[in-house]
Design a protein around this ligand. Structure first.
Ligand SMILES: CC(C)(COP(=O)(O)OP(=O)(O)OC[C@H]1O[C@@H](n2cnc3c(N)ncnc32)[C@H](O)[C@@H]1OP(=O)(O)O)[C@@H](O)C(=O)NCCC(=O)NCCS
Length: 365
């Protein structure tokens, strides 16, 4: 790999302070965490929902996620965008290693409809500068450094800013909706496989079975099984509706799972009765026997019994294990697209180097 040394100075404000931008009146200021958790959640929801996303993230989910981040120092790696004294968005950066070999420098940018034109580009430029600081603070371990960012729905300003800076669209994620919970097919589990009620003593095994099943998934990396991720798993309030979970066992082995949840805050805010049919996985040796199909049917029925009238999920549209086809067969249709963009961190590096992260269908934060 060729390493190019770029001569550039780190502006003093980049690490600790408020930063002026090229957009008149737009400032990027540090966050007060956790005091401003509700603000960050509001900005994220306002930005995504304006682009057509279905999901409402709660403050408690943000706390669970941000309090257990890996390779992200919120004091330096998050900036709130302010214009005319109002918060209009934020940017956050983080780096991760992938099983596929690269080090990705992940960029989350959210801006509300009130953000002035040019805000996405201003946040992206801050993020790129911040990524460079982070990249030189850790040994590369021979990994290629790839910057990853998302555009939500149809967002011409984001697309133009990403293209101008040399990014390429590489991957798509969908939010999918099953608009009714009528006509749920009846799919049996294979002989010898059964769903058992979840007990608290099962949680670690459920976590580990999921991490293993997702090992080959787009964007998966060694920190998926980390203590921080386990703490987040336990802290996430939507992970507590274990009476809805469909966990399939063969003997003392977990072979697959679907972990549905109902987000009451989302349903109240949007006036819907929607359940999420999420965290769908079958361990590799058990795939292609109808386990996920059977568990999804059971999950949809459990949500219907809870009074829900529709179901949603997120998916990497290019999932190599056929998830998109499976969900379409189960009656889900794509209603919202997230596009994953990438470029080498060092634009002088070999074009096209690195594989991108993301398109996971996960809701960005
Ligand atoms: C995607 C995933 C959950 C599917 O699990 P699975 O248990 O293999 O799913 P199913 O067996 O129900 O269905 C898969 C296929 O097997 C077929 N199948 C169903 N019953 C079958 C049977 N008895 N014998 C053979 N094939 C069968 C299904 O028709 C389906 O066919 P398709 O590929 O044409 O759609 C699994 O591959 C996985 O865990 N992948 C990694 C994690 C992941 O990506 N999760 C999705 C995140 S959004």
């Amino acid at each position: 790999m060729t390493t190019t040394t770029t001569a550039w100075a780190i502006p003093a404000a980049l690490a600790t302070g408020t930063i002026a931008t090229a957009v008149p009146g737009l400032l990027l200021r540090p966050v007060r965490w956790p005091e401003e958790a509700a603000l960050v959640a509001d900005l994220n929801n306002a930005a995504r929902i304006a682009c057509g996303s279905l999901a409402v993230l709660t403050v408690e989910s943000f706390r669970a996620y941000y309090d257990n981040l890996v390779n992200c120092d919120l004091a330096a790696d998050l900036r709130i965008a302010e214009a005319a004294g109002r918060s209009v968005g934020y940017g956050r950066v983080q780096w991760r290693d992938e099983h596929r070999g690269d080090r990705t420098f992940d960029t989350a940018i959210f801006r509300t409809p009130e953000a002035p034109a040019g805000s996405f580009a201003a946040l992206l430029d801050w993020a790129l500068a911040r990524h460079r600081v982070n990249a030189i603070s850790v040994p590369s371990d021979g990994r290629r450094a790839v910057v990853v960012a998302q555009a939500y729905g149809d967002d011409p300003e984001a697309v133009a800013a990403l293209r101008d800076r040399g990014f390429t669209a590489v991957r798509f994620g969908y939010e999918m909706l099953r608009p009714t919970l009528d006509e749920i097919p009846d799919r049996p589990l294979p002989d010898g496989v059964e769903v058992r009620p979840v007990e608290s003593g099962h949680l670690r095994a459920i976590f580990e079975a999921e991490v293993e099943a997702f090992r080959g998934h787009w964007g998966a990396g060694p920190d998926d099984g980390s203590d921080a991720h386990w703490r987040e798993f336990l802290a996430e309030p939507l992970n507590r509706q274990t009476d809805l979970w469909q966990v399939a066992w063969s003997g003392d082995q977990i072979v697959g799972m679907v972990r549905p949840f109902v987000n009451a805050e989302e349903n109240t805010r949007l006036g819907v009765r929607r359940g999420w049919c999420e965290n769908i996985s079958t361990r590799e040796a058990w795939r292609g026997r109808g386990i996920a199909s059977a568990l999804i049917c059971r999950a949809l029925r459990a949500l219907r019994e809870r009074g829900m009238t529709e179901a949603a999920l997120g998916v990497d549209a290019q999932n190599e294990t056929g998830a998109l086809r499976l969900y379409e067969a189960m009656g889900f249709r794509a209603v919202f697209t997230e596009t994953e963009w990438r470029r080498p961190l060092d634009p002088d590096a070999t074009p096209g180097s690195g594989t991108p992260v993301g398109g996971t269908g996960e809701v960005g934060r």
